[in-house]
Design a protein around this ligand. Structure first.
Ligand SMILES: Cc1ncc(COP(=O)(O)O)c(C=O)c1O
Length: 371
């Protein structure tokens, strides 16, 4: 093995180096102009991200969690209304629901794609169901066509959680444009990441765009007039500048991730004791995470760490088993696929600037563990 340095799960330094001068210049100008909130930089990024996502509107907000919160607030649902969500995701998928008095109804994930399994969703629809909230987990779009059919038949909204999937496509259409609205996160480690927290709502529904924009800016009608009590959750101008520069590189970065994913898959294909990520039909994956599965997960993780190869877990505890949601009344055994995924998932090093040598070294270490 020719790599002697540690291999991190994510290295943001390497992403920064080639774009640092551009970013320094843009930030320095904005600082000189003291243009920190709103203004041209935010408008420009929102327009560019709307083009990228093939939607009419983008509303920059403080983070991805607030993006979901703003969408569900703008939908104006009643307390007790139900939203069907996958049992495997980050907790931010459901926090906004429960904070708004809505009820998350968990469904299991598909054993192949790990996204909301349409089989079983229909049986969960009740008189109170108002929306489906698929998560494009790890960067792979959920199976939207059957979900769209269920939504249409039952008059439900589809809200996408696209926090991990900037640029992924389903039937050549970008995530963010596949439902009524979508949330994106620009947390630094995401495929498109800010220099701090950031998020966006995408939608082609003009009324929803206006309501959610107002909500995130104190319910503002004009500078001094407020239509309703909102919140303060805006994407600041400095983050918008950083994101606008990074957006120009995103497609290339996603291509690099895809290339590393396919190299991992080639190099690990003959190890029977692990399962590799699989792509559903008619979609592209942007590999926010490259997640393998093995019953020896914890031991393998420690073995790799001993060899200075760092991995992650996304996520070891499914949502229905989180202490935060015990009051919802779910128990171990309710969602076997999500639970098995939690016990066996392992996220390998994944970022655009990995080198072929590093990917080969990670694969070689995994091979040496099993073979
Ligand atoms: C699936 C998912 N949903 C929502 C979020 C929330 O985004 P943020 O951390 O920007 O609030 C994240 C990011 O952490 C996420 O991974």
């Amino acid at each position: 093995m020719s790599v002697t340095h540690p291999i991190p799960q994510l290295d943001l330094q390497r992403q920064l180096l080639p774009i640092r001068d551009d970013i320094n210049r843009a930030l320095s100008q904005a600082i000189d102009n003291t243009a920190f909130i709103g203004g041209e930089a935010l408008k420009r990024f929102e327009e560019h991200f709307a083009q990228f996502c093939q939607t009419q509107h983008v509303i920059g907000v403080g983070n991805g969690t607030d993006a979901l919160h703003g969408i569900f607030w703008a939908l104006d649902l009643a307390p007790g209304d139900e939203v069907i969500v996958p049992a495997m995701s980050f907790i931010a998928t459901v926090e906004p629901l429960t904070q708004l008095g809505l009820v998350p109804v968990f469904a299991d994930v598909n054993p192949v794609t790990y996204t909301l399994d349409p089989i079983g969703v229909e049986a969960l629809v009740t008189q109170k169901t108002r929306a489906l909230l698929p998560v494009h987990l790890y960067g792979q779009p959920a199976d939207m066509a059957p979900l769209q059919a269920i939504a249409k038949a039952n008059n439900l909204f589809i809200i996408e959680d696209a926090a991990q999937a900037h640029g992924a496509t389903y039937y050549n259409q970008r995530v963010g444009s596949l439902g009524t609205a979508a949330c994106f996160s620009f947390y630094p480690g995401k495929n498109l990441g800010a220099f701090g927290d950031g998020g966006a709502i995408t939608t082609s529904d003009a009324e929803l765009a206006e309501r959610s924009r107002r909500y995130s800016d104190h319910g503002r009608l004009t500078k001094y007039e407020h239509a309703f009590p909102g919140v303060n959750s805006r994407l600041d101008a400095l983050q918008a500048l950083v994101l606008d520069i990074k957006l120009e590189h995103l497609e290339r970065w996603n291509q690099c991730r895809t290339q590393w994913a396919s190299l991992y898959s080639d190099l690990l294909a003959d190890i029977n004791e692990i399962s590799l990520p699989k792509l559903g039909e008619n979609r592209t994956h942007v590999y926010h995470q490259y997640v393998i599965r093995t019953s020896k997960r914890d031991d393998l993780m420690a073995y790799l760490k001993d060899r200075h190869i760092f991995t992650g877990l996304h996520y070891p505890i499914p949502l229905h088993l989180q202490p935060a949601y015990q009051d919802l009344g779910y128990k171990q055994g309710d969602f076997p696929q999500a639970e098995a995924l939690g016990e066996t998932c392992l996220s390998l090093p994944m970022f655009a600037e990995l080198t072929e040598e590093e990917v080969r070294a990670v694969a070689e270490a995994i091979r040496s563990y099993f073979l």
